[in-house]
Design a protein around this ligand. Structure first.
Ligand SMILES: [Zn+2]
Length: 388
């Protein structure tokens, strides 16, 4: 474990680089990379890859046909084959369509850097690069394997990245996730709800609403009744939430609708609640005579339970304290790729990215001062043997 001098030395090395970090963040933010735009994500991924190559790392593109290619970075490969590795996780994609940068350009004011993706999570990508620069600059790179995996579809559920994430996580004894910190006090994320999506599809029978209403079975009514039923499954105190977020169906007012569907968001704190909720959905039966009901989907990301983060959080807290920062923890409802790695039982700490506000909205920004601080913290965690 680095001594007190080392962690403060990392911060001293990084502070004068705040402006350079902010400039690189500007470059990254201008290279827009919406999850669904493969070309754009690929372009940004290559820009990130170039930064790592410049630092002498071994970079591999993991090609994907539909989503953006992922970027796997390994420091000093071949040096420590077989040993346990530290995995640093982040994503290249953002929730913003190409052109957003024209309406909300990257800018710096009042100690903040503003722009789409600054916080979630291009700031995190900059932090990782400079954490490694600081370690290398001070001769503190540890003797273990360090892999950085930059995925391409985190914002849309990580369908094309999950395999690579789990493969790397299984070889690792530590996973550090660069999602934004919780709140302006920079809390680390030590627990996350599991998240899923269920689609309810109702099929009824069409009929003329005026002439033969008795011949019809109204699929919209079926869906409405089902939503009333499932909304009673909410247990806020236990951390279970069920929310019908989208509903559609029918054609015209004078036709009894033969088709309707609803998309439902599911969240749970505990894995066993998650499984129980899925079973309840699968056991749903139609309420209206003559209606049919189909259930699709389920939980996508399992919950990240605190026990897999506790030891890492304690280390991070101790390191931060040496820098004069009191670091708290947070449990959050949103999921990240850390949910996958924690579910495998691999110690995972999330929220190590930048500190800022308004992710996924036009006012997204980061606190510039957090860039060197978080880079020092990440560097400290990378160079710490956290398995001990
Ligand atoms: Zn994110």
């Amino acid at each position: 474990m680095p001594d007190n001098f080392a962690i403060r030395g990392l911060l001293d090395w990084l502070r004068p680089r705040e402006l350079a970090m902010t400039r690189l963040l500007g470059e990254f933010v201008r290279a827009e990379s919406p999850s669904f735009n493969k070309n754009a994500v690929d372009r940004f991924g290559r820009a990130v890859a170039a930064q790592w190559k410049r630092r002498g790392a071994s970079v591999k593109l993991l090609r994907r046909r539909e989503r953006g290619d992922q970027v796997r970075v390994e420091l000093r490969p071949g040096l420590h084959r077989g040993g346990p590795q530290t995995l640093v996780l982040g994503h290249l994609d953002t929730v913003y369509e190409v052109g957003t940068i024209l309406r909300t350009p990257f800018r710096v004011s009042r100690g903040r850097a503003w722009g789409p993706g600054t916080l979630d999570m291009k700031g995190g990508l900059v932090i990782a690069l400079y954490a490694v620069d600081a370690l290398a600059g001070l001769g503190l790179l540890p003797e273990k394997r360090i892999v950085f995996l930059w995925t391409s579809d985190e914002e849309i559920g990580s369908g094309s990245s999950r395999d690579a994430i789990e493969r790397e996580a299984k070889r690792s004894d530590t996973v550090l996730v660069l999602e934004p910190a919780a709140g302006l006090d920079g809390r680390l994320k030590t627990g996350r709800k599991g998240v899923g999506e269920i689609e309810l599809i109702a099929t009824g029978r069409a009929a003329h609403a005026g002439l033969h209403p008795q011949d019809g079975v109204n699929a919209i009514e079926e869906i409405a009744l089902q939503i009333c039923r499932i909304s009673r499954w909410n247990r806020p105190r236990r951390g279970i939430s069920v929310n019908a977020g989208r509903i559609e169906g029918g054609t015209r007012t004078n036709v009894i609708a033969d088709h309707a569907r609803a998309l439902v968001d599911l969240r749970a704190v505990h894995a066993r609640d998650m499984r129980a909720l899925e079973e309840k959905f699968r056991a749903l039966r139609p309420i209206l005579p003559g209606a049919r009901l189909t259930i699709r989907g389920g939980f996508n990301r399992p919950p990240m339970e605190r026990k897999t983060s506790a030891a890492l959080y304690a280390k991070a807290r101790a390191l931060a304290k040496e820098m004069g920062v009191i670091l708290e923890e947070a449990f959050v409802g949103g999921a990240s790729d850390g949910n996958f790695t924690a579910a495998l039982g691999v110690p995972t700490l999330d929220g190590l990215g930048a500190i800022g506000e308004n992710a996924h909205s036009p006012g997204e920004n980061i606190v510039i001062r957090s860039l060197p601080e978080r880079a020092a913290l990440l560097a400290g965690l990378i160079s710490t043997d956290v398995s001990r």
